[in-house]
Design a protein around this ligand. Structure first.
Ligand code: NAD
Length: 353
C-alpha cells in the first residue's frame, strides 16, 4: 500500500537534447533581453548564448566563482544595475547557476539556465552563499530557474575528472533523497532512475568524453537528481559538504564524491534501502563500499587530504557540522562523525558488508 504523500511540482520548463542550445533564445524571449553570467573560462560559450538571448557586450558578467561568494555577487549586481535586462541567463556549472540565483534573489529577475556540468542546481530553489569562511543556504522560489536548456554537446569538453566528480555530486542528491522524510514515492522513482542512469553513464563518459550518448544519459541523470535535491530535504551528507566547502574552500564536486561513500555507509548500516541497492546492483548494506569502489573506477580521489583539508581539521569540522544542526536520518553524534570524517580525510574505505 502506498503511503500518504505530498508532491509539489515546480513550474519549470525543461528541454534536454543534443545540439539544442538555440532553444535558449526562445526561452529567454518569453521574458526579454538577457544578462549572461558564467565563469571566466566559459567565455566562448557565453558569447554564443549572449548572441542568442540578445545580450550586448555590457550585459555579461563572466566571473562566477565556486560557493557563490557575496563579494562577487555584489560586483555582478553593480554591473546589472547599470543595465536593464529582463532575465538572467546562466551558462556553465553550479557556480554560474549560483550567481544567477543570487542576482535573481536581489533583483527579482527570472533565471534561464544552461547547465554544462551535473551539479543539478538548476532544478532547485536552493541558494548557497559564502562569506568570511562560512557557507549558508536558503530556499526561495524566486531563485529557481524558470527554464532550463540541457544541451549535452556543451558537456563534451568537461574533463574526465570534473565529469566524474560532478556526476558524484548529482548521485549524492539522489542517494540522500532515499532517507529524506518528505520524499514522495514519485520522487523516489526519480531518485532510483537517477542512480541507475548515472552509475551506468559515468564510466562511459570518463572512458570517452566525446561519447554523446553517454553524455546525454549523464545529463538526464543529473536532471533527475537535481529534481530530487529541489523537492526534498537534504541531510547529513549535504551538511558535511557545505561545512567543508565553506570553511576550508574544498572543491565542491570532489568533496561530495569523497564524502558520499562514508555517509552512505553510516545510513545503510542502520537503515538500508532496498530500491537504492537495486539501482546500484548491490546488497543495500554494502552501499558505502560499492560507492567507494565506483570512485576508484572513475579515477577520483578518495581522501579529503588530497583535496586540501588541512592536517588536524577533523575535530573542528565535526564541531561545525554538529553546530549546523538539522535533520540526520540515523544516530550520528560527535564520535560517529569523527570516525566518518577521519576515514574521509585519509581515504580509508567505509565499513559495510
Ligand atoms: P563549477 O560551476 O565551479 O565548474 C567548475 C569548472 O568547470 C569551472 O571553471 C567551469 O567554468 C568549468 N566548466 C563548467 N562546465 C564546463 C564544460 N562543459 N566544459 C569545460 N569546463 C566546464 O562547478 P560545479 O561543480 O558545477 O558547481 C559547484 C557550485 O555549484 C558550488 O558553488 C555549489 O555550492 C553549487 N551547487 C548548488 C546547488 C544548489 O542547488 N544550490 C546544487 C549543486 C551545486
Amino acid at each position: 500500500m502506498v503511503r500518504a504523500f505530498r508532491h509539489e511540482l515546480a513550474a519549470q520548463r525543461v528541454s534536454l537534447g543534443l545540439g539544442n542550445l538555440a532553444e535558449v533564445a526562445e526561452e529567454a524571449a518569453r521574458f526579454g533581453p538577457g544578462f549572461v553570467v558564467a565563469s571566466s573560462d566559459r567565455d566562448s560559450v557565453a558569447s554564443r548564448v549572449a548572441q542568442l538571448v540578445g545580450a550586448g557586450e555590457g550585459d555579461r558578467f563572466l566571473r562566477a566563482a565556486q560557493h557563490t561568494p557575496i563579494a562577487v555577487t555584489e560586483e555582478a549586481l553593480a554591473v546589472l544595475g547599470r543595465r536593464s535586462p529582463s532575465c538572467i541567463v546562466s551558462v556553465g556549472g553550479g557556480s554560474a547557476t549560483g550567481l544567477a540565483k543570487a542576482l535573481a534573489l536581489r533583483s527579482g529577475l527570472p533565471v534561464v539556465a544552461v547547465p554544462t556540468t551535473y551539479a543539478g542546481s538548476e532544478m532547485t530553489s536552493i541558494l548557497g552563499q559564502t562569506d568570511a569562511a562560512r557557507k549558508w543556504t536558503l530556499r526561495d522560489e524566486a531563485v529557481r530557474p524558470r527554464a532550463v536548456v540541457y544541451d549535452a554537446e556543451l558537456t563534451c569538453g568537461l574533463p574526465p575528472r570534473s565529469s566524474a566528480a560532478s556526476g558524484l555530486n548529482a548521485l549524492a542528491h539522489a542517494v540522500e533523497a532515499f532517507w529524506a522524510r518528505d520524499a514522495s514515492p514519485v520522487l523516489l522513482l526519480l531518485a532510483e532512475e537517477a542512480v541507475r542512469v548515472l552509475t551506468e553513464a559515468l564510466p562511459a563518459v570518463v572512458a570517452d568524453g566525446a561519447d554523446t550518448g553517454a553524455r546525454l544519459d549523464a545529463l538526464y541523470g543529473a536532471y533527475l537528481a537535481g529534481t530530487c535535491l529541489g523537492a526534498c530535504e537534504m541531510a547529513l551528507h549535504h551538511r558535511i559538504c557545505h561545512v567543508l566547502g565553506g570553511r576550508y574552500e574544498l572543491p565542491h564536486a570532489e568533496t561530495h564524491a569523497v564524502v558520499l561513500p562514508q555517509v552512505a555507509a553510516l545510513y545503510a548500516a542502520t537503515a538500508p534501502v532496498g530500491p537504492l541497492g537495486r539501482a546500484l546492483g548491490c546488497d543495500p548494506a554494502a552501499l558505502g563500499p560499492t560507492l567507494f569502489d565506483l570512485l576508484g573506477r572513475l579515477g577520483l580521489p578518495r581522501s579529503l587530504t588530497e583535496l586540501g583539508l588541512p592536517p588536524g581539521a577533523v575535530g573542528e569540522a565535526v564541531s561545525l557540522v554538529v553546530a549546523a544542526g538539522g535533520y540526520t536520518p540515523v544516530e550520528a553524534g560527535p564520535a560517529e562523525l569523527g570516525a566518518l570524517l577521519a576515514r574521509a580525510a585519509t581515504g580509508a574505505p567505509p565499513p559495510g558488508a
